[in-house]
Design a protein around this ligand. Structure first.
Ligand SMILES: Cc1cc2nc3c(=O)[nH]c(=O)nc-3n(C[C@H](O)[C@H](O)[C@H](O)COP(=O)(O)OP(=O)(O)OC[C@H]3O[C@@H](n4cnc5c(N)ncnc54)[C@H](O)[C@@H]3O)c2cc1C
Length: 506
C-alpha cells in the first residue's frame, strides 16, 4: 500500500503521463506516477552506448519558440529555462527525379521552393496555402472558444465542419495536376498515405509545427522527458520506476487504486492512464471491459517503424549533410502503404535520416557522428520480426540493417560501411516491448478523418474517475500533441476536483 495518500495515480510516464502529472503536481495535488521501465519518457528517451547518446525514436518537435504551445506547457511547470531548443533549418528532401534543400526558414521557404520547381502549379499552391492558413486560424479560434462562437459555430468554423471528413488526397487532386508536387506536400510526420490521412490534421501540422519551425533539444530527445520529470519531483510528485500496473481496482463504479505486477497496491480516488486503450481495458474488471470492447475493436492504429542507430568517423560536416534528410525512392505513396498493410516492405523503402551530432556534437566523441535512420514498417513482417526466437530476430534485424546501410551509402553517405564504428537496430517488437504501444504503433491511433480531433477518445473515459492521455486520445499524436492531451486532461481533472471540494464544503 502507498504510505502517503495521493490525489491521483498516473499509469505510464510517456510525454502524456509526464505532462498531466507535472501540471497537477504544480497545482499542489499529490500525484504518484507509476512507470514499468527503469526510466521515464516512453518513446521520448535517449540511450547510451559507449560514448554515444542516441535518441530512441523522435527527430524533432515543434512549438518550442517563446509563446509556442510546448514552450507554454514547459513554462507552466517552470521547466522552460532548463532546456535549450536548437532550431532546425538545414533539411533536404530527396524524391525520385527532384529534390528540395533548405538552409534557412520553415514551411514558407519550402513552399517558395515548390513554387520555383513547379511554376505551373502556382495557383493550386496559393489556394492550398490559403486553405491551410484559414484552417489554422479556425483551430486557434477554437482553443479560445466563447459563448458567441459556440452559438454561431457553423459560421466561425466553416472549414473545420466542411472538411472534417476530407482526406489529403481529395484536396491534392482538386488543386494540383502533377504527382510530384503532391508527393512533396505529403512529406509529413504521419504514417498514412494521402488517401487516408485527414486533411485537417495536415493543415494543423503545417500550421503548428512546420510553419513555426521545428527544434532539437540540446542533450538529446531524452532531455525533454527528464526535464519534465524533474519539474514533477520538485513540485512534490512521486515516481515509482520498474513498476508495472496490472489491474485497476474498482469500487462502486469508480477506481480506488491499482495493483502492480508484483502485487503491490497503491490507492487513489483518481486514475489517469497513459497506456494504449487495449491495455487499459485489460486492466479493468470484466464487467467494465465490455462497454469499452466494441469501441477498442474499431480503432485503427498507425504503422510502426524500424530504426537503425549508427556511429561513424566520417566527417559528415564536411560532406555537407543536413540534420534532416528525407530520402524517397518510390513515387507511389499509396502502393508503399498497401505493401506495408500486406506485411511487406519495399526493397528501397523511404528513409528518414537525422544526424544529431551536427546540432549537438557532445552526443559523440570528438570527430565522430551519430546517425539515426528511420523506416516506417509494419508490425507483422518476417513472421513478426522473428518473434519465434532470438536467433531469427537477430537474423532479420541484420538483413534489414544491411539493406538500409547499402541504400544509405549509395544515395547519401558514400563509403559509410568502411567507416562504421557502431550500429544497432530497433524493430516494431522493440517499440512494443519498451512502451506497450499496440503493435508498436509509432503515432498511436492512425490520423484518418474518423479518428481526429473530437472523434478521438476523450480524456474522461466512460468510467467516472478514470482518465486517459497520450497519442490514442485527443488532440493528436507527436510529442506536442500528447503533451496537449496532458494539459487538457489536467484542466478537466482540476475542474472536477474543485467542484467535488465545493460540494464537500456544503
Ligand atoms: C520511431 C518514432 C519516431 C517518432 N518521431 C517523432 C518526432 O520526431 N516528433 C514527434 O513529435 N513525435 C514523434 N514520434 C511520436 C511521439 O514520440 C509519440 O506520439 C509520443 O511520444 C507518445 O507519447 P505517449 O504519452 O502517448 O506515451 P508513450 O511514449 O507510448 O509512453 C507510454 C508509457 O507507458 C508505460 N507503460 C505501459 N504499460 C504500462 C504499465 N502496465 N504500467 C506502467 N507503465 C506502463 C510505458 O513504459 C511508457 O513509458 C515518434 C514515434 C516513434 C515511435
Amino acid at each position: 500500500m502507498n504510505p502517503k495518500p495521493c490525489d491521483a495515480i498516473v499509469i505510464g510516464a510517456g510525454m502524456g503521463g509526464l505532462t498531466v502529472a507535472a501540471l497537477l503536481a504544480r497545482k499542489g495535488r499529490k500525484i504518484l506516477l507509476l512507470e514499468k521501465e527503469g526510466q521515464v519518457g516512453g518513446y521520448v528517451v535517449s540511450f547510451k552506448r559507449g560514448g554515444y547518446t542516441f535518441d530512441a525514436t523522435g527527430t524533432f518537435l515543434g512549438g518550442c519558440q517563446e509563446g509556442g504551445e510546448f514552450y507554454q506547457i514547459l513554462r507552466e511547470i517552470d521547466a522552460h529555462e532548463a532546456i535549450e531548443f536548437i532550431p532546425i533549418h538545414h533539411i533536404r528532401n530527396i524524391y525520385p527525379g527532384f529534390e528540395i534543400s533548405l538552409k534557412q526558414g520553415g514551411f514558407s521557404s519550402y513552399a517558395d521552393a515548390l513554387m520555383d520547381l513547379f511554376p505551373e502549379e502556382e495557383k493550386g499552391l496559393k489556394d492550398y496555402l490559403s486553405l491551410v492558413k484559414r484552417i489554422g486560424d479556425e483551430i486557434r479560434s477554437y482553443s479560445g472558444m466563447t459563448l458567441t462562437k459556440r452559438i454561431l459555430f457553423p459560421f466561425y468554423f466553416r472549414n473545420l465542419i466542411r472538411l472534417h471528413r476530407t482526406t489529403h488526397q481529395t484536396i491534392l487532386d482538386k488543386l494540383f495536376r502533377g504527382g510530384e508536387i503532391k508527393m512533396a506536400l505529403h512529406t509529413l510526420p504521419a504514417t498514412e498515405p494521402p488517401s487516408r490521412l485527414s486533411f485537417l490534421l495536415v493543415a494543423a501540422l503545417i500550421n503548428k509545427a512546420l510553419m513555426e519551425g521545428v527544434f532539437y533539444p540540446r542533450g538529446g530527445m531524452g532531455k525533454v522527458s527528464r526535464v519534465m520529470a524533474d519539474s514533477f519531483l520538485n513540485s512534490g510528485g512521486e515516481i515509482s520506476l520498474n513498476t508495472k500496473v496490472d489491474q485497476i481496482l474498482m469500487k462502486d463504479g469508480r477506481p480506488i487504486g491499482v495493483l502492480t505486477e508484483e502485487g503491490r497496491v497503491f490507492e487513489a480516488p483518481l486514475v489517469i492512464s497513459n497506456v494504449n486503450p487495449n491495455l487499459l481495458m485489460k486492466m479493468l474488471p470484466p464487467e467494465f471491459q465490455r462497454p469499452l470492447l466494441k469501441k477498442a475493436g474499431r480503432f485503427e492504429y498507425s504503422l510502426s517503424s524500424f530504426i537503425l542507430y549508427v556511429a561513424t568517423d566520417l566527417n559528415l560536416n564536411q560532406m555537407g549533410l543536413p540534420y534532416f534528410t528525407y530520402l524517397r525512392a518510390l513515387s507511389d505513396l499509396e502502393e508503399e502503404y498497401r505493401m506495408m498493410r500486406r506485411s511487406e516492405i519495399p526493397k528501397n523503402p523511404t528513409l528518414i535520416v537525422s544526424v544529431p551530432t551536427l546540432l549537438d556534437p557532445s552526443l559523440a566523441p570528438n570527430g565522430q557522428h551519430i546517425v539515426k535512420i528511420l523506416v516506417v514498417a509494419p508490425y507483422p513482417y518476417g513472421e513478426e520480426w522473428g518473434k519465434q526466437g532470438p536467433g531469427k530476430r537477430q537474423q532479420i534485424k541484420e538483413e534489414f540493417s544491411r539493406q538500409i546501410l547499402i541504400q544509405l551509402e549509395s544515395k547519401l553517405i558514400p563509403d559509410l560501411r568502411n567507416h562504421l564504428l557502431f550500429y544497432e537496430a530497433a524493430t516494431p517488437l522493440t517499440l512494443e516491448r519498451y512502451t506497450g504501444n499496440e503493435l508498436g504503433a509509432m503515432y498511436g491511433l492512425a490520423s484518418i478523418p474518423e479518428q481526429i480531433g473530437h472523434l478521438r477518445p476523450s480524456h474522461q473515459t466512460s468510467i467516472p474517475g478514470l482518465f486517459q492521455v497520450g497519442h490514442y486520445t485527443r488532440p493528436s499524436h507527436g510529442i506536442v500533441g500528447v503533451s496537449l492531451s496532458g494539459l487538457f486532461a489536467a484542466r478537466s481533472i482540476l475542474r472536477q476536483m474543485h467542484k467535488s471540494r465545493e460540494l464537500k464544503k456544503r
